[in-house]
Ligand binder design. Structure first.
Ligand code: FMN
Length: 422
C-alpha cells in the first residue's frame, strides 16, 4: 500500500466522536501507572505523567482505569465519590491546558481477589476435609473441587457466578455515578472498561455460567453491559461521548472469540456508544500461579501475552480483531468509530491500519510510554524512541510499582517520568 505523507494522512486528520472532535487519530489507551496513593487520589506524579503525554501531541488520552467504588484498592485511581471531583477537575484542566488533546477516564469495576495464602485456605477447608492440611498437592488437586483447588493454589478470586442479584442491580448505578463525575470534572467523555479480567468482561465471557438471565447465551451475557450503557447514557445525556473497551477475543480455553465480539460490538453500537475500543486477552483463567503472598495477575499466561504482545510478535499483531468487529458494525449500518491496538509503533502500520479499514483510531500504549512525543515527531519526520516491547513496564504493573519505560527509567534525573526533552 502506498501511503500519503503524514501531512495528508488519515492519522493526522480529525475525527468526530459524538459532540467531540479528536484532533488526530493517535489514541493513548488506558495504562495503569500506580502513581496514585492508597486513597486513590490524583497525585502530583499522576498529573505530571498525563500532562507530559498531552504535550506529545496524541489526539486522545484515556486515563488509566479508575475504580467506580469508593473502596480501598491500593494505589489505583478512584472516581467513586464526589470528594475526588476537585482533583479530577484540576487534572482535566491541566491536561487540556497542555495541548489540543482530548482526555477521558476509563472507569472500572473489578471482582474481589485475595493474595495466595495456602495455610489459610487449608484451615478453611479443614471443616469439609478433615486432615487436608497433611495432604500432598497431588492429593489436594484430586480431592478438592475445581474451584476449591483454584482458590487454594492461586488465592481466592470472586467470579460472576458468586454475585447476588442485588450486587448486579447496583452496577449500572455505580457506572452511571462515576460517568456523571467524569462529566462534572470536565473530561471529554468516558470509557467503560468491559475488557480483560474485570467484572464486565467476565459477564460478557463465554465462561459466564449464570443461569438467571445474566449468563449463558450471547443475549444474556450482554444484558448487564447494555444496562450499564443505558444507565450511563441516562445520567450523562445524549451529547457526552461514551465508549467502551472490550475484548476482540479472550484467548483462553472456552472463552469468547471474535465472532462473539463482533456480535457485542453491533449491540453496543446499537445501544448508542460513540466508540468501541478493542483489546485482547488479559484473563485470569490462564494466569500463572502467583507466589505465596501475592495475588494472581491476569497477564501472566497466553491471554496476557496476547494483550501486550512482546517483541517476538509482529507489528499490528491484533489488528484482525478490530477489522472483523468494524466490518460487522458497518454491515449492521452503524458508523461507530473503532479503536485498534497491539504493538503499533510506526507510521506505516498506523496509517496502513486506517487506510485499510482495520480501525478508525490507532491505540498506542507502550509506544507512547516509551516516547510521548511520537505523534509530534512522526508528523514532523523526526526520529523517535521506539518501544522495545520487552514488557519492563508490565513487570512493574504486576508488582503495583510506578509504571515506567526502561528507555528512560535509568536516567540520571531519577526517571520517574519521561524526560521533558526526549
Ligand atoms: C503497564 C500497563 C498497564 C495497562 N493498564 C491498562 C488499563 O488500565 N486498562 C486497559 O484497558 N488496558 C491496560 N493496558 C493495556 C494497554 O492499554 C494496551 O491494550 C496494550 O499494552 C497493547 O497495546 P500496545 O502494544 O500499544 O502497548 C495496560 C498495559 C500496560 C503495559
Amino acid at each position: 500500500m502506498i501511503l500519503p505523507p503524514p501531512a495528508d494522512s488519515l492519522l493526522y486528520s480529525p475525527l468526530r466522536l459524538n459532540g467531540l472532535t479528536v484532533p488526530n487519530r493517535v489514541w493513548l489507551p488506558a495504562m495503569v501507572t500506580w502513581l496514585s496513593n492508597d486513597a486513590g487520589e490524583v497525585t502530583e506524579d499522576v498529573r505530571r505523567r498525563y500532562v507530559r503525554y498531552a504535550k506529545g501531541g496524541a489526539g486522545m488520552i484515556v486515563l488509566e482505569a479508575m475504580g467506580i467504588r469508593d473502596v480501598a484498592s491500593g494505589p489505583l485511581l478512584r472516581i467513586g465519590h464526589d470528594r475526588y471531583l476537585p482533583a479530577l477537575t484540576d487534572l482535566a484542566a491541566q491536561v487540556h491546558d497542555a495541548g489540543e488533546v482530548r482526555v477521558i477516564p476509563q472507569i472500572i469495576d473489578f471482582l474481589k481477589i485475595a493474595r495466595r495464602d495456602p495455610a489459610r485456605a487449608l484451615a478453611r477447608l479443614e471443616g469439609r476435609y478433615p486432615g487436608c492440611s497433611t495432604w500432598t498437592e497431588d492429593e489436594l488437586r484430586a480431592r478438592l473441587t475445581a474451584r476449591e483447588w483454584r482458590d487454594y493454589a492461586s488465592g481466592y478470586r470472586q467470579q460472576v457466578e458468586d454475585l447476588g442479584g442485588d450486587e448486579i442491580a447496583a452496577l449500572p448505578g455505580l457506572f452511571a455515578a462515576a460517568a456523571r463525575r467524569a462529566r462534572l470534572a470536565g473530561f471529554d467523555g468516558v470509557e467503560l472498561h468491559f475488557a480483560h479480567a474485570y467484572t464486565m468482561a467476565s459477564f460478557l465471557s463465554r465462561t459466564n455460567r449464570r443461569t438467571d438471565g445474566y449468563g449463558g447465551s450471547l443475549e444474556n451475557r450482554a444484558r448487564l453491559a447494555l444496562e450499564v450503557i443505558a444507565a450511563v447514557r441516562r445520567e450523562v445525556g445524549a451529547d457526552f461521548t461514551v465508549g467502551c473497551r472490550f475484548l476482540g477475543s479472550e484467548d483462553v480455553e472456552g472463552g469468547s472469540d471474535v465472532e462473539d465480539a463482533a456480535w457485542f460490538g453491533v449491540r453496543f453500537a446499537e445501544a448508542g456508544l460513540d466508540f468501541l475500543s478493542v483489546s485482547r486477552g488479559g484473563r485470569f483463567e490462564d494466569a500463572k500461579r502467583p507466589p505465596v503472598g501475592e495475588a494472581a495477575y491476569p497477564y501472566t499466561g497466553h491471554s496476557g501475552l496476547m494483550c501486550m504482545p512482546t517483541k517476538g510478535y509482529g507489528e499490528g499483531y491484533n489488528l484482525h480483531l478490530p477489522t472483523a468487529i468494524r466490518a460487522a458494525v458497518r454491515a449492521a449500518g452503524f458508523t461507530t468509530p473503532v479503536v485498534g491496538a497491539g504493538r503499533i509503533n510506526t507510521y506505516e502500520v498506523a496509517e496502513g491500519a486506517l487506510q485499510s479499514g482495520a480501525c478508525d483510531l490507532v491505540g498506542m500504549a507502550r509506544g507512547l510510554l516509551a516516547d510521548p512525543d511520537w505523534p509530534r515527531k512522526v508528523r514532523d519526520g523526526l526520529p523517535f524512541h521506539a518501544c522495545k516491547y520487552t514488557n519492563v513496564c508490565e513487570a512493574l504493573d504486576r508488582k503495583h510499582l510506578p509504571v515506567r519505560c526502561q528507555l528512560w527509567m535509568k536516567r540520571p534525573d531519577g526517571g520517574m517520568h519521561p524526560p521533558e526533552t526526549w
